[in-house]
Design a protein around this ligand. Structure first.
Ligand code: MTE
Ligand code: MO
Length: 324
């Protein structure tokens, strides 16, 4: 599949999340179905059928583009769409592109509820104004210490949320990915709790940088990048940017998140990109920028992924070594 050379990532940096969790799950003698995932390759090696092709990407109308990555080169489309974390579609970086057809996006609906005056279940065309899509070039940094520069297409998250009229009880917002273990074979593994779930504090969700993406490189999102809609929160580690969302709930208490549940001492609720606070097992000070070259350059990680001017005030008075 991927024709580009796999980025030169040091052995200690290859999917550390996965490797650690796999070991843990092995020790816990997790359910038999999970065992395929624990082998560290495809979640579904046993079934060797070739999946039917995923729907092709279609061109979207773009209303202006804003570079929010300081003029850095874009990561090539082929890298963005073939080097993915989307555990529902497999654990290896190449699995999500290979298994893209597992994600069924026909008649996609999103249920919005909880502490809001206008809850409801809406089709994607009612949730997203496809005539008002803007392009934003953002850095995306994974906790695994690689990063990309991605031209997303979408709308500000706050514009979507406002329409449901969250009440004063809405202190946080929780997002859930589709749960469909019949098709999403990765969900038959117990590597994470399903559905994948993430959350933001209300002021983070309403911040103008928080974005709901429906496309990249001018086209609809491919399955592997979270079709048909996924969050993009550029100052947080990549895993906060939850894919293939089917539920949005306004809640009063800080919600559980999949990674926090799987390893509470490793993944905090906030998960702000912070080069001064190490992950317990590896530093967050540097990152490998996946720019399409064979040897990927290692660069310094920026506070809040380079968005400190815009977002630092959200955390005034908070000890970010405690609230990780
Ligand atoms: N539902 C779901 N969303 C997810 C993930 C996942 O496994 N499942 N992985 C996260 C992680 S760890 C990262 S780094 C980003 C990767 O996004 P990309 O593949 O579009 O680069 O998606 C995030 N969103
Ligand atoms: Mo990640």
């Amino acid at each position: 599949m991927a024709r580009f050379n796999v980025p030169a990532i040091g052995a200690t940096e290859i999917t550390p999340e996965t490797v650690f969790l796999q070991r843990r799950r092995l020790l816990q003698a997790a359910v038999a179905l999970g065992a395929a995932g624990m082998a560290g390759c495809s979640v579904d090696n046993a079934e060797a059928e070739t999946p039917a092709a995923a729907p092709p990407a279609s061109a979207l109308k773009v209303n202006g583009s804003t570079d929010m990555a300081g003029g850095e080169n874009l990561t090539p489309e082929e890298v963005i769409t073939t080097y993915n974390n989307f555990y529902e579609l497999g654990l290896d970086k190449g699995d999500p592109a290979r298994n893209a057809s597992w994600l069924k996006t026909d008649n996609w609906q999103v249920e919005v509820g909880g502490a809001c005056a206008k809850p409801g279940t809406v089709g994607i065309e009612d949730l997203i104004d496809y005539n008002a899509l803007e392009e934003r070039v953002y850095r995306l940094r994974c906790v695994e210490a690689w990063s990309m520069v991605v031209p997303w297409l979408g709308v500000p998250l706050g514009d979507i949320l406002k329409r449901f009229e969250p009440t004063s009880n809405a202190k946080y917002v929780r997002f859930d990915t589709i749960l469909d273990p019949d098709n999403l074979k990765g969900q038959r593994s117990s590597i994470l709790q399903w559905p994948y779930t993430e959350g933001l504090r209300m002021d983070e969700a309403m911040h103008p940088l928080s974005f709901m993406a429906v496309g990249l490189y001018g086209k609809t999102l491919p399955a592997q990048n979270g079709a048909p809609l996924r969050l993009v929160v550029p100052w947080k580690y990549g895993y906060k940017s939850i894919k293939s969302i089917v539920r949005i709930e306004f809640v009063e208490e800080q919600p559980d998140t999949s990674w926090n549940l799987s390893a509470p001492h490793e993944y905090g609720f906030y998960s702000n990109v912070n080069p001064t606070v190490s992950h317990p097992r590896w530093s967050q000070a540097r990152e490998r920028r996946l720019d399409g070259s064979v040897i990927t350059p290692k660069i310094n990680t920026l506070m809040f992924n380079g968005y400190a001017d815009q977002v630092a005030s959200l955390y005034d008075g908070m000890d970010l070594t405690k609230y990780t």
